[in-house]
Each structure stands twice: as structure tokens, then as C-alpha cells.
Design a binder for this molecule. Sequence first.
Ligand code: GLA
Length: 429
Amino acid sequence: MNSPKIPGRPARGKLLTSHAIYTYKYLRLPLSLQRHRMRWLSRLVLVVFSAAFFVFPLAGRSQALAQTPPMGWNSWNHFHRSVDDATIRATADAMVSSGMRDAGYVYVNIDDTWEGQRDAQGFIHSNSKFPDMKALADYVHSKGLKLGIYSSPGAKTCAGFEGSLGHEAQDAQTYAAWGIDYLKYDLCGLREQMKAAPSPEAAHKIMIDAYAKMRDALRATGRPIVYSLCQYGEDAVWEWGASVGGNLWRTTGDISDNYTRMSDIGFGQAGLAPFAGPGHWNDPDMLEVGNGKMNDEEYRTHMSLWAILAAPLLAGNDVANMTGDTKAILMNKEVIAVDQDALGREGDRVYAEGPIEVWSKPLSGDALAVGIFNRHQKMLTAHVDFAKLGFSGGVQARDLWLHKDLGALPAKYDVEIPAHGVLMLRVTK
Ligand code: GLA
């Protein structure tokens, strides 16, 4: 039986949107009730807008940090235990005068050995090398730079200084009060607790909980602090690093200033690309460019590979005393642009022919960064096959080290690559 049709009302059976239902009901209400509802409606709108503008951005704060891989400098690779207040000030000055800051290197990070004793209340103090951490942070900030610091979830750091175990909230508060912008949190001392755990699973949980604890402590301060996990890539950290708040996580043991170690680490990153993205990056460790034990060809390989990997670019040299070649490598804006590309995609190996490896990284604007690496100690001819890189024919290419457009390259392109060297291209159709 057909139901009677009410004038002005959609026929039964016809789909009503919730909006239509609301309008229909609303128009039939007496005027006083309509006003009452309007008041509630406007209050609701106000609450939703306030949440959107104030509450949600706070909740997602850690996500808004490190939208591109963090760039800066860290004291460890060059200065090791000798870093002090004067080193940091001189480095900050040099970051500005050399152009490093303007090239994107903004974090000035103090690594291990700054830690002093805790006071009677348990608050950490810096040791005599750093007489006034707050004043140092103010100085670094006055240069348009940010200050990073280091600690461990264990009782001791790797160099045997005071760690944060049992003092996480206090330490985070202290860092925030000093004006710290970046924390590298290095597993070391926590191994003691992990070794005593009854099973590998229990040991893993101790580590995860410790990293999550410092994440919560940092968040509770309300200060945006980049959170760098350092546990050398154990337990597939790339799978869970983001879930404990990591903006970056070390994927390997320590780098050193030689080609074998650097290349083992860099080329060993194949396959990790899916785990990186804006706010959370794989970290194959800090740069050695300029520390003197590799030649410039090898340092160009280091820089190119790290850029293709969308790796954090933390210079590890003496910035106040850089050669022109070191400056040209660290401040190659075209290579930095590959690292910092807004797509936020990490690159990967596409293919290898013996010691020739071809890597690519998708870039915004339908472009591709392509690194053609020679891992051999003699010059070799690389056979570049652009079909394997996803192109249907020849390509347009730019050489990012020569800063030169190469024009059209054929679909199959043979090119000589120097020993331990690289041809770094930006390629479009
Ligand atoms: C570990 C880290 C290094 C450095 C030292 C400091 O080895 O991996 O990067 O921070 O500790 O002690």
C-alpha cells in the first residue's frame, strides 16, 4: 500500500540526507526554540574551531617536527670528549659566517660528555665544560640556530656520564628550561637492565618503554623538541621507532671517517625506504665530510647517498676550519634539495651490476634523483638503463655536482664513474 504524500516532505523511501532531515525538523519548530538551538549550534561551532586551532596542533606536535630530515651539526665525530661551551659558540658563529645555517643546517647538537652531577632534588647540572647551559642556548638561538643535547635511558651514557634513568621527567623539564630543541637518546647504559631481563621479549619491552617514557616527558614540557633515538638499528627500530615518538632513529652502529665503514652503512640502507617519511626518518648516522680521512670523491659519495636516503644531514666536522672543497660538498644546494624534497620519500637501490649501484629517490615535480655509484677502487663504466628507472625512453638530466644541465640522455647511457665516486643526476621525462 502506498503511504500518503505530505506536502513539502520528500516521499517515503526517498533517501534523506541528515542535513535535509535537520532542515525539515528545524523549520517546523516554534521561533523561541529555533533561537535556543541557534545558540547551542554557535557554541558547538566555537568548540569545534577552538579544538581545530589549539588542541589538535598540540596533540600532533611531534608530527609537525622534522617534516624534512633534520639538518645541523653534532660534536661527536670531530670533537668527541673535548667539546665544551667555547666549541659550541665557535661552531655556531661559523655556521652563520660559512653559510651553513642559510644552507639549512640549523641544529647545533652537543653530544655526550656535557653531563655533570645531580643536585639533592635529582636535577641534572652540566659539568665544568658547560658553565651555563641556558646562556649557551640563548647565544645559539640569537644566531638563528637551535641547540641539541644528548642523554641515555640508562643510568650511564656511552661515555660513562650521568644518564636519565629514573629522572626522565626532571631531565626533560631541565632541557626545556634551558631552551633545548633536540634530544639524542642513546641506549648504552640501559643494556644492564635489558641483560637482566628474563627473555629477549622482556628486554625489548624495557627498551620500548624507556623510549616511550622520554617521549611522554618531552611532550609534557610543551616545548617542541626533536626526538632522536640512538640504539644502533637493533630490533628493527624502523618498525616501531615512530610509535615511541622518534622523529629519527639510528639504523646502524657508529660511522667512522673511512670509505669502507661509510659505504657499508650507506649502501646497507637498501630496503628501509618504506619506513621513513615526514616526521620520522631513518638515520644512518652523522656525516664525516671534512674530517680528512676520505678523499673528495668519497665525500661526494657520502653526501649524495645520504641525500638519496633522505637521511638527517648532521655535519660532524670542524665547521670553524673548513676547506673550500668541504664547504662545496656540505653546501651543495642542489644535493641538499634532494635530501629535503617536500615529497619526503626515502630513495632506494634500483639495481646493481657488480660494484656499480644505481639508486633513485622520487622528487616533487615528477622528477627523480638518480645516483650512479662506483664502489670499486678503480674507474668503471656504468651502464645506465633508464627503463629500469621507470622511463619509457630518453630523459632530460642535470648533473648536481657539476651544476650543469646535460640535456637529453638516451634510454641506455654509458658513463665513466671515478673510483669510489658518483654521478648524481636530477632526471625528468
Ligand atoms: C654512541 C653513539 C655515538 C656517540 C657516542 C657518545 O657510540 O652511537 O653517536 O653519541 O655514543 O658516547
